[in-house]
Design a protein around this ligand. Structure first.
Ligand SMILES: Cc1ncc(C[n+]2csc(CCOP(=O)(O)OP(=O)(O)O)c2C)c(N)n1
Ligand code: SF4
Ligand SMILES: [Mg+2]
Length: 284
């Protein structure tokens, strides 16, 4: 079995010094180690962004997809071989902007994938434009007069869509984040780990210091994550920011609901003897 540092590759990350992405990288590798997962049984699907640039830095199978589209790729991989652990690394722009439809759809289907969002409330890779989670009034290159729209609240959105596992982490707390990623991976269904991730270069508002003043661990206050209304109240807190597992409920996952997969993963099922000529004729 590999240790956390053994999930390193020979490539070093290219993130800015002090970027919150380093904490998520550390937490992911530690989670894979502590769950004793073998690299060849794990696929990480990356979106496009500073977040997605982690693709070269974790020793597992990897797919570096299109901006906004890592979720359907991950779903396809899981449906083809549900023995694999499938994880998604994506930005807030990727997930809650161009990929929003996939986010809702995957939650509804309860696809058994773990989505770790690097939520830095800005477009990092394209050098600092407004993202869907940017605060109202935030001034960026794309909104010099300040953001007009209300920000997306990822936790309340996921709750409304029917998510079966929702956690919020902070990249400045890798111990807690490791635990949340492990729980997300172990959950049998769609797991969101929305991670507060300071972008030290392009977001001078939501800094590490800004988050340290606000974040707190829900479990230290005796919070039990099984009540939808209480989770929604936690999601909507403004002055403090709840971190930890905010909501869990058991629900059959998508692949577990398909009779054809009861025999085992699709990739391990024989292809010979399948006659598709009738279906084919319908399309020619
Ligand atoms: C389909 C598509 N649309 C837009 C882009 C341009 N683009 C690349 S990264 C990015 C934003 C990245 O922001 P985010 O998803 O928040 O990731 P971060 O860099 O902050 O980690 C955009 C708009 C692209 N590469 N492909
Ligand atoms: S631009 Fe922001 S998110 Fe991207 S590497 Fe630099 S600090 Fe990190
Ligand atoms: Mg971003």
């Amino acid at each position: 079995m590999l240790k956390g540092q053994d999930f390193n590759t020979t490539y070093q990350p290219t993130w800015c010094p002090g970027c919150g992405d380093f904490g998520i990288w550390t937490a992911l590798k530690t989670a894979l180690d502590e769950l004793q997962l073998d690299p060849h049984n794990v696929v990480v699907v990356y979106g496009i962004g500073c977040s997605g640039n982690m693709a070269n830095n974790v020793k597992t199978y990897a797919f570096h997809g299109l901006h906004g589209r890592p979720i359907p790729v991950a779903e396809g991989i899981k449906l083809a071989n549900h023995d694999l652990t499938v994880i998604i690394i994506a930005g807030d722009g990727d997930t809650y902007g161009e990929g929003m439809n996939h986010f809702i759809s995957s939650i509804r289907g309860n696809h058994d994938v773990t989505l770790i969002v690097h939520d830095n409330q800005v477009y990092g890779l394209t050098t600092g434009q407004t993202s869907p989670t940017s605060e109202k009034g935030f001034k960026t290159k794309s909104t010099p007069g300040g953001v007009i729209e209300e920000p997306v609240n990822p936790v309340s959105l996921a709750l409304s869509a029917g998510a079966s596992f929702i956690a919020r982490g902070f990249s400045g707390d890798t111990t807690q984040l490791t635990d949340l990623i492990k729980k997300g991976i172990q959950h049998k269904g769609f797991a969101l780990v929305d991670t507060l991730q300071p972008c030290v270069t392009f977001n001078k508002i939501n800094t590490f210091q800004w988050f340290y003043r606000r974040v707190y661990h829900v479990e230290k206050e005796g919070y039990i994550p099984n009540d939808w209304n209480k989770a929604m109240a936690k999601a909507r807190e403004m002055e403090r920011m709840a971190t930890g597992v905010l909501y869990v409920r058991e629900r059959p996952s998508y692949h577990a609901s398909l009779p054809v997969l009861e025999k085992g993963p699709l990739v391990k099922q024989p292809l010979d003897g399948i006659d598709i000529s009738k279906i084919y004729k319908d399309f020619v």
